[in-house]
Design a protein around this ligand. Structure first.
Ligand code: HEC
Length: 107
């Protein structure tokens, strides 16, 4: 009886642990952290308060990565050049994490 109880509790704990780790994808967490410098223009939920700036929430990951790479490379220029400068310190891996984070915020 005692063994059965221990088995049952371990099972419950394992299920709980799996639920927690699934909701905390480390790449999304990294993207969220890196996006702190974007919040001022693209909003805390990826919806830009100013209509001259893009909404990023729910956007396709590939599209976001492609735009970020183009800004960094200078093949896409934004009128104020701010996006070109914002991308300079980011690696492709950083961009993928940011893209996954904004995509995960849904539509
Ligand atoms: C000072 C304001 C500002 C900051 C800070 C900023 N952005 Fe932007 N972002 C803009 C503007 C303005 C545009 C639209 C540029 C254009 O008109 O081409 C833009 C466009 C984008 C786009 C293209 C969206 C599309 O639909 O094509 C992406 C992706 C993006 N920003 C990501 C980021 C990320 C990631 C950060 C933080 C690392 C960031 N931005 C920080 C102002 C900003």
């Amino acid at each position: 009886m005692k063994q059965l109880l221990i088995f049952f509790i371990s099972f419950l704990l394992l299920t709980l642990l799996q639920t927690v780790s699934a909701s905390e994808d480390p790449i999304i967490a990294k993207g969220k952290q890196l996006s702190q410098t974007c919040v001022g223009c693209h909003g805390p939920t990826g919806i830009a308060p100013d209509p001259s700036r893009a909404n990023l929430k729910g956007q396709h990951e590939l599209y976001l990565v492609n735009q970020m790479k183009a800004f960094k490379a200078g093949t896409r220029k934004d009128p104020t050049k701010v996006m070109n400068m914002m991308m300079l310190p980011l690696s492709e891996e950083d961009m993928k994490a940011i893209a996954r984070y904004y995509n995960s915020l849904g539509n």
